[in-house]
Design a protein around this ligand. Structure first.
Ligand code: 2AM
Length: 164
């Protein structure tokens, strides 16, 4: 199965992001919008793995002091990916380092690209008449656990299922 470890968003942060996105749609921006329940911050992308157990063992063994994160600025990756950023956070970086180390120690391969904390809001984004200036609300939430998800291709887009 295709796996990734992520931060589940609080309802408040999720609602704030959906509101911002709705405003962009009203202003003529177009794109594929993941459903609200799919919004998340990927910490580590693992990809195809036959058995999630060793990953669950590793994530279960990681305990940390809960810490706050705050929405930052909006950005665009090539290919029309519109994302919401997270303000720089040492505890978040540290958590990702621990997860990567845990996977490496367990011999589980993962995507080693530099960590760019973000929440994908839209794919194949077409700005229409031009992307309006967007400001995210400075919503804050507490990170107190890592969630492991499996990702499956559904009829109408990706389906993410929490498995731990
Ligand atoms: P994205 O939102 O920027 O596409 C499930 O695919 C999650 O893992 C998404 O949040 C995706 O980020 C992230 N991800 C990170 N690296 C990935 C990779 N190499 N392939 C697919 N998804 C990746």
């Amino acid at each position: 199965m295709r796996l990734f470890a992520a931060v589940r968003l609080s309802e408040e942060v999720r609602d704030a992001l959906v509101k911002t996105r709705d405003e962009l749609l009203r202003q003529g921006v177009r794109g594929r919008c993941p459903p609200p329940e799919n919004l998340h911050i990927t910490l580590v992308f693992i990809g195809e793995l036959p058995d999630p157990e060793p990953v669950l063992d590793m994530t279960d063994a990681i305990s940390f002091q809960p810490f706050p994160i705050t929405l930052g600025e909006v950005g665009i990756f090539g290919g029309g990916i519109l994302w919401a950023g997270i303000r720089p956070s040492d505890p978040l970086e540290h958590l990702v380092k621990r997860l990567r180390r845990g996977l490496a120690e367990a011999g589980i391969p993962y995507d080693r690209k530099a960590f760019r904390p973000h929440i994908t809001l839209m794919r194949n984004m077409d700005p229409g008449k031009g992307l309006p200036e967007i400001r995210l609300p400075g919503s804050t939430m507490t990170v107190d656990r890592v969630t492991l998800y499996r990702s499956d291709r559904g009829k109408n887009g990706m389906i993410y299922t929490e498995i731990g």
